[in-house]
Design a binder for this molecule. Structure first.
Ligand code: NDP
Length: 325
């Protein structure tokens, strides 16, 4: 039988962790033939809660779950890791300045990057979920010089899935009829969900919608502010949908995809400065992502992409000034 793959989840005792771990252990992350060993990284006050989750994982008797360890030591958690899901982060709290937020996250993602550099398996793949995800990925990556840069990614798949759902509802079609959806830029309010490149029934989704005001004033803000709407309705932030998107991201990276959205290190494509971790349209082949090339970008989209990428560049400059990268 196949050797177990080590999957490390940080912030494992949090909401997203709770929605994520059972799906990983049941085989939905890596497929029904791949046993997994879970490593749960938490901060000391949350270790006991992580133990509770591990007890429940035991109680599911998942045939693919080869073992669970729980630790507050990043070195241990990332030793031999094949898939690292970095979920735990310092959320912005009321009155917190952006510099404080970035600094607190530097304190988390710098040592995690170092531990990945020191101990990860050669095939390690990293997905950062914890916000600000793109910049947290940049911090981790810059402390892991021996790991190829393309192994550090950040999640925009939830935005992508939200965009699919919104436009499918608008057009009265199934999400499976929509292809080539793209989220560009930062996983933040400036992100750009692009209907001009998305396709439905052989034409662009923007054309199929045929309503520029809806696209600009309803669709884009609805996708970008969906997280806040969920909090408003549910009284808690989205967790199951975020976990689902993390599963989709890694599954497609490993198993292949013709077209999805991932925040990946820029090679300068589409005018995104080299080195920024920005969301692009990607395809995944043989376990590797590639930015889809050769798309023509209209003026409206250009402005939106530039604005979001500009924000990423500002975040990079801020963490650089703080000495975090
Ligand atoms: P969640 O599990 O709900 O969220 C975790 C992170 O995911 C947050 O940064 C959150 O950002 C982010 N996120 C990204 N996309 C989404 C989305 N679409 N919807 C919701 N969240 C999203 O947080 P909890 O507070 O429940 O749990 C966090 C856990 O992390 C705690 O158990 C804490 O102890 C742990 N932690 C562990 C660390 C470590 O292992 N070293 C370090 C820091 C914390 P946002 O806040 O912007 O929504």
């Amino acid at each position: 039988s196949k050797a177990a793959v080590k999957v490390t989840v940080t912030g494992a005792a949090g909401q997203i962790g709770y929605a994520l771990l059972f799906r990983i252990a049941s085989g939905q992350l890596l497929g029904p033939d791949t046993p997994v060993r879970l490593s749960l990284l938490e901060i000391p006050p949350a270790l006991k809660a992580a133990e509770g989750t591990a007890m429940e994982l035991d109680d599911c008797a998942f045939p693919l779950l080869a073992g669970i360890d729980i630790t507050d030591d990043a070195k241990h958690a990332f030793d031999g890791v094949n898939v690292a899901l970095l979920v735990g982060a310092r959320p912005r709290t009321k009155g917190m300045e952006r510099g404080d937020l970035l600094e607190a996250n530097g304190g988390i993602f710098k040592p995690q990057g170092e531990a990945i550099n020191a101990g990860a398996a050669d095939d390690v793949r990293v997905l950062v979920v914890g916000n600000p995800a793109n910049t947290n990925a940049l911090i981790a990556r810059s402390h892991a010089p021996d790991v190829p840069a393309e192994r550090f990614t950040a999640m925009t798949r939830l935005d992508h899935n939200r965009a699919l759902s919104q436009v499918a509802t608008k057009l009265g079609v199934s999400v499976s009829e929509i292809s080539r959806m793209t989220i560009w830029g930062n996983h933040s309010a400036t992100q750009y969900p692009d209907l001009f490149r998305a396709q439905v029934g052989g034409r662009s989704a923007a054309e199929a919608v045929g309503d520029d005001a809806w696209l600009r004033d309803t669709f884009i803000p609805t996708v970008a502010k969906r997280g806040a709407a969920i909090i408003e309705a549910r009284g808690a932030s989205s967790a199951a949908s975020a976990a689902n998107a993390a599963i989709d991201h890694v599954y497609d990276w490993v198993h292949g995809s013709d077209w999805t959205s991932m925040a990946v290190v820029s090679d300068g494509s589409y005018g995104v400065p080299e080195g920024l971790i920005s969301s692009f349209p990607v395809r995944c082949v043989d376990g590797q992502w590639q930015i889809i090339q050769g798309l023509e970008i209209d003026e409206f989209s250009r402005e939106r992409i530039d604005a979001s990428v500009g924000e990423l560049a500002e975040e990079r400059d801020a963490v650089r000034e703080l000495g975090l990268i």
